[in-house]
Design a binder for this molecule. Structure first.
Ligand code: PNS
Length: 166
């Protein structure tokens, strides 16, 4: 595969999981630079504020010199074009992800022919992992150790301290 300079890895990252990190590491092996782009869309009612999500991502990718973390609003393809990226990375865990990702990649292509979506598959151990499940388990007092970086686990514990069972 031709090596493109810059790839954008967009998402909500509410919060970043070890599955996301696995995709970021894989992307770094294929691309020179990877911009992890956090959506500012508020209609998804995130648990963590934009600033918290950015801070967690920056903390857990601090040892990856190829990676930058930014936020973006508006259309993803417009942001990618502005940023000079021709590749958008998305992780696919299972068939259940496919419909939505397929739709989104074709809509993005319709909006901008020049931006190509590249799907990466995380390690098998993370195929069942999602930010939503992590939040649900943490909210109910379950352990999310090994599913998210330690810094994220700490913040989840802080968020939900004393709220179990509510
Ligand atoms: O982690 P998520 O929530 O699956 O990420 C979805 C995200 C943020 C990548 C997607 O909602 C997005 O690209 N939003 C930006 C607005 C946009 O371009 N919408 C049209 C997509 S076809």
């Amino acid at each position: 595969m031709e090596k493109h300079l810059l790839a954008v890895y967009p998402g909500s990252f509410d919060p970043v999981t070890n599955g996301h990190l696995d995709i970021i590491e894989r992307a770094c092996r294929l691309f020179d630079r990877v911009v992890v782009a956090v959506s500012t869309q508020v209609d998804k009612r995130p648990l963590f504020s934009l600033e918290e999500r950015l801070a967690m991502l920056r903390e857990v990718t601090a040892n990856m010199p190829q990676v930058a973390v930014e936020s973006f609003g508006g259309l993803l393809v417009q942001y990618a074009s502005r940023r000079g990226a021709r590749v958008v990375i998305r992780g696919i865990r299972a068939v259940s992800d496919f419909d939505y990702e397929f739709q989104m990649s074709l809509m993005n292509r319709r909006l901008c022919e020049d931006v190509e979506t590249v799907f990466l598959v995380p390690a098998e151990a993370y195929t069942y992992l999602s930010s939503s499940l992590v939040k649900e388990v943490a909210a109910l007092g379950g352990s999310v150790a090994g599913l998210v970086p330690a810094a994220v686990e700490r913040r989840l514990l802080e968020k939900f301290r004393g709220r179990e069972g509510r």
